[in-house]
Design a protein. Structure first.
Length: 58
């Protein structure tokens, strides 16, 4: 599933990088080589990042 339509960032890619690197969703977008455009996805992206990190630490 796409999380960010503007940059075509998929949920699986965001989860993967969330487990590899620190930072908020916007920082992770930058590490993927993108920047938020319309910013409508950032709230959901932040939730996915938190979930991914919670599962990793469990």
């Amino acid at each position: 599933m796409y999380i960010c339509i503007c940059n075509a960032i998929r949920e699986k890619d965001l989860r993967r990088i969330a487990c590899e690197d620190g930072g908020d969703a916007e920082t992770l977008y930058a590490r993927l080589g993108f920047a938020p455009q319309c910013r409508q996805c950032l709230e959901e992206a932040a939730q996915i990042v938190a979930e991914a990190r919670a599962c990793q630490s469990a």
